[in-house]
Design a protein around this ligand. Structure first.
Ligand SMILES: NC(=O)c1ccc[n+]([C@@H]2O[C@H](COP(=O)([O-])OP(=O)(O)OC[C@H]3O[C@@H](n4cnc5c(N)ncnc54)[C@H](OP(=O)(O)O)[C@@H]3O)[C@@H](O)[C@H]2O)c1
Length: 434
């Protein structure tokens, strides 16, 4: 055991949570807990359930793994702890450990996490350390793209039942993130997953969804200020608005393309590896441009397409936001034409002459429903999401399921870091963790 883990002193407001932080032991679960003898007994007694492979547990209970009825979930809830993957400290390592299984408070759901998707943010947090105030203490459980099955409801929850399949964005508290086997969520920010979508596919959605909403629909100068197209009456309100999505094959890019389509934007141009052309066209892109084009070549192709339509580029959504894409996005917006550039990483644009273009706005998004600019609309979005998915109006990313449950995360994050994942979301199944 690393003594440094026990010496972490989290901020005062996290005191309660920190009291329940587990001991971490690399690569195997040894159920020793520093907190109290009582906890030690509780964890030791739960080991026979959580330490057994999922298949064997299921066989013992006569359970079919393909059908997760709510009654079959009850025995699981006798566990008081579950497996979780911890980032041990700032720029630390990922280690498997145990986390007390929380009890849902008023308005909350306890979810058995069946799928958690990986995001670039997680390798950045590991390599670069805490950014934008996240995570809020160590050891930290990461994971913000989550899907699973409701196993317990807090007081006053409406619209959910035990056994419902649900998807949500992880919140920054160890009880509410995704790289573990159980988690809590505020039911207002959870949506039911319709039967045409697998839980693995569902897990690819949350971060990309909130990032698309934040960039396209929050009023200027923070977002592009388009009309949110959640219902038939608000769909297509930005008809004929030309938009460019830089990095259409990224998760964020795919979501931005689809919402641009729902808003009626046209043409919808995007940059990507050309092997992704058919895929991105199926999501709504009207023109897929080679991401390796030089800036002058890109500019020339875009102006040809735009000129035919007779309207200037109004929105550039830069889903990549590397220095070159940011500069390209900014330079492509016409001076004085009222365009908006969405950034997903901090701004690094050089403005010629220092002043910049007139009437062009640039806004970096913070893609989380907890942000004051998004918390209200987030409730509305989650109410609408099930229908959008059911009707095929919004599609999840393509997914690749990594083997090994939570143990597959570290390797998956390496692949993301090396840029080796194209047009796909990497997903793990925490319940498969041995
Ligand atoms: N601000 C926020 O709230 C927020 C939220 C979530 C994510 N982010 C950030 O947003 C970025 C994207 O995240 P993500 O999860 O969507 O990434 P992702 O799905 O892992 O992105 C991978 C894709 O990026 C594309 N790509 C890479 N470089 C490109 C370039 N120069 N031009 C065009 N396409 C390029 C590749 O496209 P091809 O396969 O076509 O080559 C690849 O498919 C990350 O930096 C992430 O940290 C920010």
């Amino acid at each position: 055991m690393s003594p440094s883990l026990r010496m972490q002193s989290p901020p005062a407001q996290q005191c309660d949570e920190s009291l329940r932080q587990p001991t971490l032991i690399a690569h195997h679960i040894t159920l020793v807990v520093v907190n109290s003898a009582h906890s030690r007994l509780r964890l030791a007694s739960s080991r026979s359930i959580i330490g057994m492979p999922r298949q064997r547990r299921a066989e013992r209970k006569g359970q079919n793994l393909n059908t997760p009825p709510s009654t079959a979930l009850e025995p699981e809830m006798s566990s008081t702890s579950h497996k979780a993957l911890f980032l041990t400290s700032e720029r630390g390592t990922f280690e498997l450990g145990t986390q007390p299984t929380p009890i849902p408070g008023p308005g909350e759901l306890l979810v058995r996490i069946e799928a958690a998707a990986l995001n670039p943010l997680e390798w950045k947090l590991k390599e670069w350390g805490t950014t934008i105030g996240l995570p809020r203490g160590y050891p930290a459980i990461l994971g913000v793209d989550v899907a699973g099955i409701v196993v317990q409801l807090g007081e006053g929850v409406e619209g959910f039942e035990k056994g419902d399949r649900t998807v949500y964005q992880g919140w920054w508290s160890n009880d509410k993130t995704g790289f573990q086997q159980y988690g809590l969520v505020d039911a207002r920010y959870a949506a039911k997953v319709p039967s045409n979508i697998s839980l693995e596919e569902a897990a690819s959605i949350p971060c990309a969804l909130v990032a698309a909403i934040a960039g396209l629909y929050v009023p200027k100068p923070h977002g592009a200020g388009l009309t949110l197209p959640l219902s038939p009456s608000t769909r297509g309100k930005n008809a004929g608005q030309p938009i460019l999505v830089l990095g259409g094959a990224s998760s964020l890019g795919q979501a931005a393309i689809q919402f641009a389509r729902l808003s009626g934007c046209s043409p919808i141009l995007t940059t990507a590896s050309l092997k992704n052309t058919d895929f991105l066209t199926s999501l709504g892109a009207t023109h897929v441009l080679d991401r390796t084009l030089s800036f002058p070549a890109l500019q020339s192709q875009i102006s040809q397409i735009i000129q035919e339509k007779g309207k200037p580029l109004g929105v550039v959504y830069d889903a990549i936001s590397e220095p070159e894409t940011q500069q390209a996005g900014y330079d492509l917006l016409a001076d004085g034409a009222g365009g908006h550039l969405v950034l997903v990483l901090p701004e690094q644009i050089t403005r010629k002459g220092g002043e910049g273009k007139k009437n062009v706005t640039v806004g970096m998004i913070y893609g989380h429903w907890e942000h004051p600019r998004l918390s209200e609309v987030g409730v509305e979005v989650h109410r609408a999401l099930t229908g959008l998915l059911q009707e095929g109006l919004f599609k999840p990313n393509r997914v690749e399921v990594l083997p090994g449950g939570l143990r597959g995360i570290a390797g998956g994050l390496e692949r993301l870091k090396e840029g080796k994942v194209s047009g796909t979301k990497l997903v793990v199944r925490p319940q498969e963790t041995e």
